[in-house]
Design a binder for this molecule. Structure first.
Ligand code: HEC
Ligand code: HEC
Ligand code: HEC
Ligand code: HEC
Ligand code: HEC
Ligand code: HEC
Ligand code: HEC
Ligand code: HEC
Ligand code: HEC
Length: 250
């Protein structure tokens, strides 16, 4: 109670000493100075949201109007955020479910943070708050996953490619593994010839999907060598995963 009386006196004084209408009153009642006196932690992180410089009232209307403080947001996220941020990057064909649900603040602190981009935690730990870490930490881990670079391949908001990928799967893999594009490596050791398809035809085991590098390799981690997909045990079993469904004409 005392705090509110003090605030009231402060407001009264500021108005009677300097009796200007409207804007100044807003500045004193909702401007950042009186707010930060009690809410210092909101600006304490290494990265401060530039929106804070525009004043707390750009997002909070009048949180202390009632006895019990309220969020009193101008509008709820994501609408609140789209007042200043262009929606374009969030509404592409494949939206991350967390974005589709408007959960901006489960990944971003709206005030300040010690992590780049105001993130609530560093990547990949941020991702593991919702995704099972076990998928990414099997016996053999793909180096870009081991170094936590999820966003080399995935856009956290939305993209035109499935799985929110920055580029189509095959294109993305060959940016780092261009020597594997011919598929020669698949059958090189078997004396069958020197090409194996790696794209452009239907995947015989994943209905509705195109054959690609991930038909045979898990992009994250695997208990098998060469990151082979889980339902196979050895290169021999890998072949039979598809070749009991298709026969090769010699
Ligand atoms: C005299 C100290 C004081 C001042 C000044 C103050 N607040 Fe608060 N505020 C509190 C306390 C105490 C709470 C309740 C505990 C908490 O959430 O930190 C609170 C809670 C809030 C909440 C959270 C309500 C909720 O639902 O959790 C918001 C938002 C808020 N304040 C915004 C502001 C803004 C914006 C200003 C400036 C206009 C401001 N406060 C000025 C002390 C203050
Ligand atoms: C960009 C919009 C935005 C600005 C600017 C902003 N806030 Fe907030 N604030 C939010 C949102 C959104 C939430 C709800 C967070 C959540 O749901 O996790 C929130 C929550 C709060 C809360 C309660 C929950 C918590 O995190 O403690 C307080 C207190 C608060 N804000 C104070 C302030 C103060 C003080 C300022 C100015 C220094 C400020 N806010 C500026 C968007 C903003
Ligand atoms: C799943 C976690 C997650 C959610 C949910 C999320 N973001 Fe992000 N956001 C990130 C990550 C990670 C980055 C950093 C991207 C990078 O490093 O390339 C980022 C970057 C940003 C940036 C700065 C760079 C840029 O792309 O402009 C803004 C602004 C942003 N997010 C706003 C939002 C808004 C608004 C929402 C809600 C509609 C939202 N984010 C939801 C994880 C998330
Ligand atoms: C009042 C305007 C305003 C609102 C509302 C707003 N932002 Fe921002 N935000 C900015 C400005 C200005 C920047 C700096 C320029 C930029 O990156 O677009 C920024 C930058 C960011 C960044 C990048 C910070 C960095 O590390 O560079 C993130 C992330 C972000 N905003 C998230 C959000 C989220 C989430 C919301 C909704 C809760 C939100 N913003 C609401 C104005 C706003
Ligand atoms: C707030 C919770 C949350 C966080 C944090 C989060 N995600 Fe998600 N993500 C989801 C939900 C919910 C789904 C939909 C259900 C599923 O596929 O598991 C999803 C789905 C996905 C998908 C599959 C998309 C598809 O089309 O099937 C990818 C890829 C993804 N997330 C990547 C990430 C990455 C990378 C991060 C860290 C930057 C991250 N997620 C952080 C909640 C989250
Ligand atoms: C080298 C690129 C690459 C990296 C790095 C990467 N991913 Fe993926 N991710 C993919 C591809 C490709 C798919 C689609 C797999 C398929 O074709 O079935 C995928 C699918 C997913 C899915 C949905 C399907 C599933 O397997 O559950 C989630 C969730 C996901 N990734 C999260 C993450 C997270 C979290 C990280 C960081 C720890 C990460 N990814 C790092 C390429 C990558
Ligand atoms: C940012 C670069 C990068 C991207 C993108 C990338 N990789 Fe890798 N990958 C590596 C590195 C580095 C290694 C370790 C050295 C090597 O074997 O070439 C590796 C190794 C591998 C291995 C061998 C693992 C082993 O233990 O034998 C496979 C299989 C693999 N990647 C598949 C993929 C697939 C499939 C994609 C696309 C979803 C992909 N990579 C995308 C960097 C990348
Ligand atoms: C039809 C199954 C299949 C497809 C599709 C496939 N691979 Fe492979 N990959 C294999 C097999 C089998 C091996 C093991 C070869 C060996 O033992 O010499 C392997 C090994 C690898 C290795 C590790 C061996 C090395 O030489 O470093 C990498 C990296 C790799 N593949 C990347 C890719 C990429 C990138 C694509 C997509 C352009 C791809 N693979 C498509 C079956 C496949
Ligand atoms: C993910 C499914 C898949 C796996 C796993 C797979 N293949 Fe294939 N393979 C195919 C498809 C699809 C074709 C194309 C068949 C067609 O053209 O009708 C093919 C074609 C071939 C061909 C004929 C190539 C040509 O010149 O047309 C050979 C030889 C072959 N595979 C050998 C293997 C061997 C050896 C393995 C195990 C290392 C293997 N494949 C694993 C799907 C697979």
């Amino acid at each position: 109670m005392k705090k509110h009386i003090f605030l009231g006196i402060l407001l009264f004084l500021s108005q009677s000493i300097w009796p200007l209408p409207g804007p100044v009153y807003t500045l004193v009642s909702a401007g950042e100075l009186p707010c930060l006196r009690c809410h210092k932690s909101k600006k304490a992180g290494k990265v401060v949201h530039p929106a804070l410089e525009m004043g707390c009232s750009t997002c909070h209307l009048s949180p202390h109007e009632e006895e019990k403080p309220e969020l009193s947001l101008m509008s709820d996220p994501p609408g609140l955020c789209f007042n200043c941020h262009d929606q374009g990057g969030f509404t592409k064909k494949h939206q991350h479910t967390a974005v589709a649900l408007g959960m901006c603040t489960s990944c971003h602190n709206p005030h300040s943070s010690n992590n780049e981009n105001l993130l609530a935690a560093d990547i990949p730990d941020l991702c593991y708050t919702c995704h099972d870490k076990g998928i990414f930490t099997k016996k053999t881990v793909h180096p870009p996953v081991a170094s936590g670079q999820c966003s080399i391949c995935h856009n956290p908001h939305s993209s035109d490619n499935m799985f929110n990928l920055e580029n189509p799967i095959w294109d993305m893999c060959v940016t780092c593994h261009d020597d594997k594009s011919s598929g020669k490596h698949v059958i090189g050791g078997f004396g069958f010839g020197d090409m194996h398809p790696t794209r452009g035809i239907p995947d015989p085991v994943r209905d509705g999907r195109e054959l690609s590098c991930t038909s045979c390799h898990n992009p994250h981690s695997s208990n098998l060598k060469h990151l082979f997909v889980n339902n196979t045990l050895s290169p021999g079993n890998l072949c039979s995963m598809c070749h009991k469904k298709i026969t090769i004409q010699p």
